[in-house]
Design a protein around this ligand. Structure first.
Ligand code: M6R
Length: 611
């Protein structure tokens, strides 16, 4: 949540920073701002999108070669011009951008108020920069030392960049809990919440660790921690193409990412799976592989769509590995006193790898002695780095706030992990193992086929675009898909939607069904097919409008449904990767038809780095 960008070098800073903020807008988009050194330290900020800010900037004022910028997702204080970042210190000599939450800001603020300080905004971030300046004045020290001393007193999460009117060639950055990457170019430096604003200038980056402070002077990057211990920057080479973070001709990132799925699933299996030879290798799971194989219980922690992927994995792992699985909302898990035994292992699933609740849940499990496997998409992310071992999903950058290709890639990885464990444990027969490997390899082509339903789904979307509610029903492996379909619809089209296990309907939700209620029934041919046929009939009897997702060639359900979407046949354990595709497209088209901002839905941000 919140995106931060900074630049120091020979280019016009505002151009790099504004462009970078646009790339990071998925992290927050309620207000934006930039600070530049041009005849003094000047801050330009505004409620609204980065483009609104850009429109107010006057070219003649923008000759600074150093700058910091921020795109905000409000935590403290409503989204308005004053609460937007950057924030000045009291004397307006310093400016800060901040992503995260300073938990002890009110006591720090009170301390400063007692000394006579006043505040312009309601933010915790302004408290921090005033605190830093107070320390600098009282200790007569350098700005990096003042930042360091201040951070030793701060409780909470932060990624910050500070610039000073009196130090025109210096940027000070630090992180704890919120991500920050330094890009190293030729005689220039970049700072950003992730690598997307950096990749078009350089592929040499340093990911800051918690408690690290980066001091960037004109030609030099120095690192130390809050204990004042210096360290050598570990420079990594980015494996990220510019085109992967651009829309590539699609109207929205979400649509691009939906259509990328045949490739992203393939990329996820590449080099890991060879069905012909029966080879399945996950390079990131080695040392602790036996922990997984011999686990008494697997606990999955995740949020949102990643939690839905965890639910599918629960079905898969229990069926093939015969290990009990519990799927936990990370936000709940972290605040109770969960029982974690020696034989338990934890799988943390996260696209961004930065979700605060998931990170905290895994840290809690770790503190109780659990081994953690991370399933993340963003390479080098906090969750990936804090895991003992894991497997990346390799789906490429997902920029649309609604998660799509990350979900199918997570399922691919989780299925591969489970099949590997089941095979090693001997809880799956050789023939079933081989059969599933072969089927897994066919999934990209089946997803490709499901994507051809786009025009038909657009027509269905036209019919239901004004609905006020939706129900999604599924059984077995398709139950989490029902949850995921409902989440996709509500988050981008603002239509109220509920996902249910189809059989639960008669315990309450059936009361909602009348001729106005669209009911999406995910009713592909599987072991619970006969049961879901009965559930579809129950909806029909109450005049609900049925949109059925069925397996190609199904003759029965089309007799009952109002609209039928046929997806290619696959093994029921792998079906979620295919049956979710029409639901992603349905939510996308409905949102577009309702003029909703698909890639930046209201109140949301791509990576939820606050609890
Ligand atoms: O980055 P993560 O996978 O940890 O994110 C978890 C959720 O915030 C995320 O899946 C969210 O629910 C999406 N907006 C769903 O489309």
């Amino acid at each position: 949540m919140c995106g931060i960008v900074a630049y120091l070098g020979h280019r016009k800073a505002h151009e790099v920073v504004i462009k970078g903020l646009k790339r990071l807008e998925y992290r927050g988009y309620d207000s934006a701002g930039i600070a530049l050194l041009n005849n003094g330290l000047n801050i330009y900020k505004k409620k609204g999108k980065v483009s609104d800010l850009e429109a107010t900037l006057k070219e003649e004022e923008l000759n600074s070669h150093i700058g910091i910028g921020h795109t905000r997702w409000a935590t403290h204080g409503e989204p308005n011009d004053v609460n937007a970042h950057p924030h000045y210190s009291a004397t307006e000599s310093l400016a800060i951008i901040h992503n995260g939450i300073i938990e002890n800001y009110s006591s720090l603020k009170q301390e400063l108020i007692n000394k006579g300080y006043t505040f312009r905004s309601d933010t915790d971030s302004e408290v921090l920069i005033q605190f830093i300046e107070d320390i600098q004045i009282n200790n007569d020290c350098t700005i990096d030392e003042a930042v360091r001393l201040a951070l030793t007193k701060v409780v909470g999460a932060y990624a910050i960049v500070v610039m000073s009117k009196n130090d025109p060639d210096t940027l000070i950055a630090a992180r704890k809990g919120s991500p920050l990457v330094v890009g190293i170019g030729k005689d220039e430096f970049f700072l950003a919440s992730d690598a997307t604003p950096i990749v078009e200038y350089t592929n040499e980056v340093v990911y800051l660790n918690d408690y690290e402070i980066a001091i960037i002077n004109k030609n030099e990057l120095q690192l130390k921690n809050t204990e004042d211990i210096p360290s050598t920057p570990y420079i990594q080479t980015l494996d990220l193409e510019l085109e992967a973070i651009e829309k590539g001709g699609y109207e929205h990132f979400m649509l691009k990412e939906i259509f990328e799925q045949p490739k992203s699933i393939m990329d996820c299996m590449r080099g890991r799976l060879n069905a012909n030879s029966g080879r399945l290798v996950l390079g990131g799971i080695r040392e602790y592989a036996n922990k997984l194989i011999n686990a008494d219980r697997i606990i999955i922690v995740a949020c949102g769509t990643s939690w839905h992927a965890g639910l599918v994995a629960e079905y898969f792992i229990e069926e093939f590995c015969r290990i009990p699985v519990e799927v936990e909302y990370a936000s709940e898990f972290r605040y109770r006193n969960p029982v974690i035994n020696e034989g338990d292992v934890v799988i943390a699933i996260s696209q961004s790898g930065e979700t605060a609740d998931t990170l905290a849940a895994m840290e809690l499990a770790k503190s109780k002695g659990a081994i953690i496997f991370g399933v993340c998409n963003v390479v080098g992310s906090s969750i990936a780095r804090a895991s003992h071992e894991g497997a990346y999903t390799h789906a490429g950058p997902e920029i649309g706030v609604a998660s799509t290709k990350a979900f199918t890639a997570q399922l691919t990885v989780l299925n591969m992990i489970a099949l590997r464990v089941a095979h090693k444990k001997g809880t799956i027969t050789e023939s079933r193992y081989r059969e599933l490997l072969v089927e897994l390899e066919t999934i990209p082509s089946k997803v490709e086929k499901a994507l051809k339903l786009d025009d038909q789904i657009k027509e269905i979307s036209e019919v239901f675009k004004d609905a006020r509610n939706f129900l999604y029903l599924g059984r077995g492996y398709n139950f989490p898909v029902a949850l995921e379909g409902a989440l996709k619809l509500k988050e981008i089209s603002y239509i109220h939607a509920e996902g249910y296990p189809a059989a639960e309907m008669k315990h309450g939700p059936i009361a909602l069904i009348d001729e106005e209620m669209p009911v999406v029934c995910i009713a592909t041919r599987d072991s619970s097919y006969d049961k879901i046929v009965s559930n579809v009939q129950e909806v029909k009897a109450r005049k609900g409008k049925i949109i059925a997702v069925v397996t190609e060639g199904d003759a029965l359900i089309p007799q009952m449904a109002d609209y039928v979407i046929e997806v290619p046949k696959t093994d029921e354990a792998l079906m979620p990767m295919v049956s979710v595709i029409p639901l992603q497209l349905l939510s996308y088209h409905i949102a577009v038809m309702r003029n909703c901002n698909v890639d930046q839905p209201r109140n949301l941000a791509k990576s939820v780095t606050v609890e």
